[in-house]
Design a protein around this ligand. Structure first.
Ligand SMILES: [Zn+2]
Length: 239
């Protein structure tokens, strides 16, 4: 039977995610994070592609954000930077990490004009997508277009369930006195517009094993994953 486009997309995302080992620190000669150079002056970042330590505590990975960054790089020509092994630091929290140093170098050398920082949220929050703009500060010029693109794919602030687009609710991307988010580092320290995007599990995760004894797997919704990828692809190509 011929493969349909949804199946092809899910397979491609799974293949791209295979570069990541969620809960293993780097072995000799391995890169903790990886940079894929692009030709478009947009960078897609996935700093939680693998597990990481925040304040001495191990935090779970944001599954499939690395794959999505790589996918967007492939289809749009954007640059991608993603965590691929368990890190002793959390670049969406700690200042001055290796990942942030790489980000600074790439943004300057490649004259990057926009950074999308991808994260994963659980399905418990009542949204499909949550945008963090530091309460309007991180990308005011681009924001009307960003809302227009998500709206075109059904993600709206007045929608419900998977289609609800949250803006600066629980996840503002602003951080705080002790937390320097990627979004704030890029906007305030490097002077480049940025946006934090939180994607609920069911609209981004192709398939992951569930924790626990039974050999169960979690699967996201194929149609919603495809729709999310289409919205993100159009967004990157218009930034
Ligand atoms: Zn995250």
């Amino acid at each position: 039977m011929p493969e349909n486009t949804t199946e092809k997309l899910l397979k491609r995302l799974a293949a791209l995610e295979a570069d990541v080992i969620y809960r293993q620190p780097t072995q000799a000669g391995e890169e903790e994070f990886r940079y894929l150079p692009g030709s478009r002056r947009v960078l897609v970042s996935a700093p939680h592609g693998a597990a990481h330590i925040r304040n001495g505590r191990l935090k779970e990975e944001d599954e499939y954000t690395a794959a999505i960054a790589r996918y967007l790089a492939e289809v749009t020509g954007a640059h991608a930077l993603y965590l691929r092994r368990q890190s002793a630091t959390d670049s969406n929290y700690d200042p001055e990490t290796e990942y942030k140093r790489a980000l600074r170098t790439i943004i300057r050398q490649e004259n990057i004009r926009f950074v999308l920082d991808l994260h994963g949220a659980s399905d418990d929050h009542l949204f499909g997508i949550a945008l963090g703009t530091m309460n309007g500060r991180s990308c005011p010029e681009q924001f009307p277009m960003i809302l227009e693109v998500f709206g075109k794919y059904g993600f709206r602030q007045d929608a419900r369930g998977s289609y609800r687009l949250d803006v600066d609710g629980r996840f503002t991307g602003a951080g705080g006195a002790r937390q320097e988010t990627i979004t704030r580092f890029v906007r305030d320290t490097l002077g480049v517009p940025s946006l934090q995007i939180e994607l609920a599990s069911h609209i981004r995760v192709v398939q992951v094993p569930l924790d626990g004894k039974l050999p169960q797997v979690y699967r996201g919704d194929p149609e919603l994953i495809e729709r999310t990828m289409a919205a993100l692809t159009e967004l990157v190509s218009r930034l």
